[in-house]
Design a protein around this ligand. Sequence first.
Ligand SMILES: Cc1cc2nc3c(=O)[nH]c(=O)nc-3n(C[C@H](O)[C@H](O)[C@H](O)COP(=O)(O)OP(=O)(O)OC[C@H]3O[C@@H](n4cnc5c(N)ncnc54)[C@H](O)[C@@H]3O)c2cc1C
Length: 484
Amino acid sequence: MKNNPHLDERWSRRRFLHSLTLGATGLMLAPSLLLGGCSGDDEEDKPAPGPSTPVDPAKVGSVAIIGAGAAGLQAALDLRARGVEVKVYEAANTWGGRVRSLTRWADFPVELGAEEVHGVNSILGRYVREAGARYVDIEGTDYIFLPPLLRSEEQAATVREFAQAQALFEELEDLDEWGGADQSMFDLVRGRGMADITLPWLNAVLANEYGTSLRRIGIKARVDADANRVDPGADALLADQSMQQVLQRKFESVLPLVQGNTPIVNVRLAEDGSVELRDRQGRVFNHRRVIVTAPLAVLKANKINFEPGLPEGIRNAIARLGMDPGMKVILKFRRGFWQPNTGSIYGAGPIPEYWATAVGRGREDRYLTAFVHGELAESLIAAGESAGVQRILQDLDTMFGPGKATDNLEAHIWMDWSAEEWIGGAYSYPSVGSSGVAMAFEQPVRDSLFFAGEHTHNGGYYATVHGAIESGQRVARQVLDTGR
Ligand SMILES: Cc1cc2nc3c(=O)[nH]c(=O)nc-3n(C[C@H](O)[C@H](O)[C@H](O)COP(=O)(O)OP(=O)(O)OC[C@H]3O[C@@H](n4cnc5c(N)ncnc54)[C@H](O)[C@@H]3O)c2cc1C
């Protein structure tokens, strides 16, 4: 059902299509997506929203942005629109961060990271419209493996245990508050007597979509984190353009400001309020202010040293919020062996969720994306690419019949986001006991050091592209306030 933005949103509320360790398959990003290959056409843009008091760019001073993902590029765009001097330092040789699209591996754009627009009325939905991109308009049917049978969602709903799990899922999705102490989703579903047979599906919809596993996500933390959500409309998938193309069109004017291959390892706030950055090669860059959009896992691993050390609230947020390994393994078969117009397939083995990647996008429905986070991703990564792919094929054989997948694979992409040195995992999630801690990211340090990125979004859209974009808008407003 995720494929139709106008249908029932129950199952598609936060469906993230994921994965990458570009294997030996010779995958290439389109040349225009590499840094240095972008045109610098100026784009008309609305000034950053904010109070009408004029901003003095000289008073703001030069601003360094660490990270050229959606958050960093949006902040750059909004600051440039007010005449502020900006430089973006990016560790990788491409921009986009967790938005990374392959345009030549299939006859449709393959998304290694973000794939779904979580709300056609969100700011990302607006960028999609500006790019003139189309959404997929086919309704897919979901399938659930309740051993020994793979059943359509409708058939599964006739199984008593699954109907109970569905009812619990809907109850949890509709919660506005959680009065009790925090507990893991695992303890919650166990306490509510859910049958073993339903746990893989509950893990898929309550935890895997959030980037983790049932034992790690907190019910109270999640309800609290989602409490301020404003409904941005139905979820939707892009049909004819990649996510990176949509962003490229929007951010074209600021891409020339991005300096690639520049991992910042030290941020020093000087006594006079200025900022000194040092990259891994020892190069030094001086600015008046800095915005850090590095992913939570990079901050957790202390890959950037801060002098002086960060305030306690920010350290607490970095420690308490979760960010686990996340993978997409994209499988290209000689022919599809699943039902036409399949949406998602919920397994009971190493992969919580697969989806038919090409439905509504490509000519041939012979691609599946395996999407896995948390403990199951850790186990797959530990197995290694070759054994990991075998596990996945055997899992599919178990559901569809002997040899259906194993004898039929043509190629695959193994995308492990935890192996990306400057990303380190999938996306942030509300781990048990983390209620409210992310608010600390909105507090600037000495009006010199600011944080943005999906993990800093306090309006319920952490872990999304539009949440990252909104965090970039928020931080730009804060930086502009220093020039009023
Ligand atoms: C597999 C997967 C599937 C997803 N699916 C969806 C989806 O369907 N829909 C959706 O809305 N969202 C999805 N997301 C989440 C979405 O991709 C992210 O929330 C969003 O792209 C994050 O943007 P960001 O700017 O906060 O961070 P990033 O995009 O990670 O950008 C941060 C940048 O900082 C750079 N960097 C890090 N450290 C340094 C340093 N020290 N110096 C210089 N540069 C540095 C990194 O290289 C990176 O480019 C998915 C993510 C993954 C991994």
